[in-house]
Design a protein around this ligand. Structure first.
Ligand SMILES: N[C@@H](CCC(=O)N[C@@H](CS)C(=O)NCC(=O)O)C(=O)O
Length: 233
């Protein structure tokens, strides 16, 4: 069971993002395959990319790279030569890219209906993003031992959802690759969420291994810790 402080801090972190990462507001052409992003939850540069994904209503295939992580960090070094995050690979266009502002600009140009907003193209947003991470006291920064899932997990939510953040932190720390399916306010995928999960409620985790869909932050986190965390077999 998460302490009350965790919920409050996550709400405050969302407030610091001033409404970014809430709404699907710039939806353009759709990629055939999800865009792969190597990143970690507490990184403010990575947050910029996730906020853009919510605005663009994109599904990201997240390969978490927390500090000390050994599962996906070597792939970034091999593909790009530097351990710097975020790092994006878009198999739809054969593009691989570092630098959060470049990635955001690229995503808007390819998958948006307009150019990237000014705040997304600058680093002005980074101090507030760092403060948001600081409020979470290091959660979503460092790796913990885990067992990888055999099949890709799906997390439905949106970037600035305080409850979805608490789940993302655990996925990140356990280095669990997953699809982050953006269903911000106004997302055309809300109907899919209801069809798949039976409710218009996020976060929703789909685990294809045991074929289980879970609602509720505590239930989702318990499932992840028990099935994939250090207490699992
Ligand atoms: N200018 C880069 C900065 C990225 C950056 O500094 N990322 C940090 C994490 S917040 C990083 O990769 N640190 C190295 C590490 O975590 O090993 C961008 O905008 O993407």
């Amino acid at each position: 069971m998460l302490p009350k402080f965790a919920w409050l801090a996550s709400w405050a972190a969302s407030a610091l993002r001033l409404g970014l990462g809430v709404r699907a507001s710039a939806v353009g052409p759709r990629p055939a395959q999800p865009i792969v992003v190597y990143e970690f939850e507490a990184c403010p540069f990575c947050r910029k990319v996730r906020e853009a994904a919510t605005a663009l209503d994109l599904t990201l295939q997240i390969r978490p790279c927390p500090r000390g992580g050994r599962r996906f960090r070597p792939e970034v070094l091999a593909a790009g030569g530097t351990a710097q995050f975020p790092f994006m690979i878009d198999a739809n266009t054969g593009t691989a890219m570092y630098e959060s502002s470049d990635i955001v600009e690229y995503l808007y140009a390819r998958y948006g209906d307009r150019a990237a907003p000014l705040h997304a193209r600058t680093h002005l947003t980074i101090p507030l993003g760092s403060a948001a991470s600081a409020l979470r006291l290091g959660h979503g920064t460092s790796s913990r031992p885990s067992h990888p899932p055999a099949q890709l997990l799906e997390l439905w939510g949106y970037e600035s959802s305080p409850t979805t953040r608490l789940v993302r932190e655990v996925l990140c720390e356990l280095e669990l690759e997953h699809l982050q399916v953006a269903v911000g306010a106004g997302s055309p995928r809300r109907a899919d969420l209801v069809a798949r999960s039976g409710r218009d409620e996020i976060p929703w985790l789909w685990d294809p291994g045991p074929q289980r869909g879970l609602h509720g932050v505590n239930a989702i986190i318990d499932h992840l810790e028990q099935r994939y965390g250090s207490r699992s077999q």
